[in-house]
Design a protein around this ligand. Structure first.
Ligand code: FES
Ligand code: FES
Length: 168
């Protein structure tokens, strides 16, 4: 069954007709030609398809496009302000935090969402005190909070310092 939906992606509104089984990832990549979110596993295991969905990070391969009618979607391509890169994009370049780059858009978007979560006091699985509210993003916290984003090139040794610098 086909359904008409509207998505706002990286600030631009799009109207499209999708089969109700279409994932948000396929709608973005195949229908709207957005090459930022990547299909790594298509099973919610790698994080390469991460986008911000109404401000929170989400795996677009596990989301049905039809369930997000009217949603505000931000991909890594929409993070820059004109020519001005987002601080995390700059930090990833400065720290050489990638090799092949396939996981990178998902890593960066996920880090944006993660920093906002930490800022709001969301605890993680390694938090000593889940009622503390204030989160100190040390390496352990960053590793845990970014554990949904895998890097097959194992660039973690540079990804973590890049995120840490922006967190500071
Ligand atoms: S492609 Fe979505 S989690 Fe791997
Ligand atoms: S840089 Fe290649 S998968 Fe992460």
């Amino acid at each position: 069954m086909d359904v008409d939906i509207t998505l706002r992606v990286d600030g631009a509104e799009h109207r499209l007709t999708v089969d109700t089984r279409t994932t948000l990832l396929d709608a973005l990549c195949e229908r709207l030609g957005n090459t930022s979110p990547k299909k790594g596993c298509d099973h919610g295991q790698c994080g390469a398809c991460t986008v911000l969905l109404d401000g929170e990070r989400a795996l677009s391969c596990l989301a049905l496009a039809v369930a997000h009618q009217g949603a505000e979607v931000v991909t890594a391509a929409g993070l820059a302000d004109g020519e001005e890169l987002h601080p995390l994009q700059r930090a990833f370049i400065e720290h050489d935090a990638f090799q092949c780059g396939y996981c990178t858009p998902g890593q960066i978007v996920s880090a944006v969402g993660m920093l906002a979560e930490a800022d709001s006091g969301w605890p993680s699985a390694v938090a000593e005190d889940i009622t503390a509210g204030k989160v100190t993003l040390d390496d352990r916290e960053i590793a845990e909070r970014m554990s949904g984003n895998l890097c097959r090139c194992a660039a973690y040794v540079n990804i973590r310092p890049a995120i840490s610098e922006v967190a500071r």
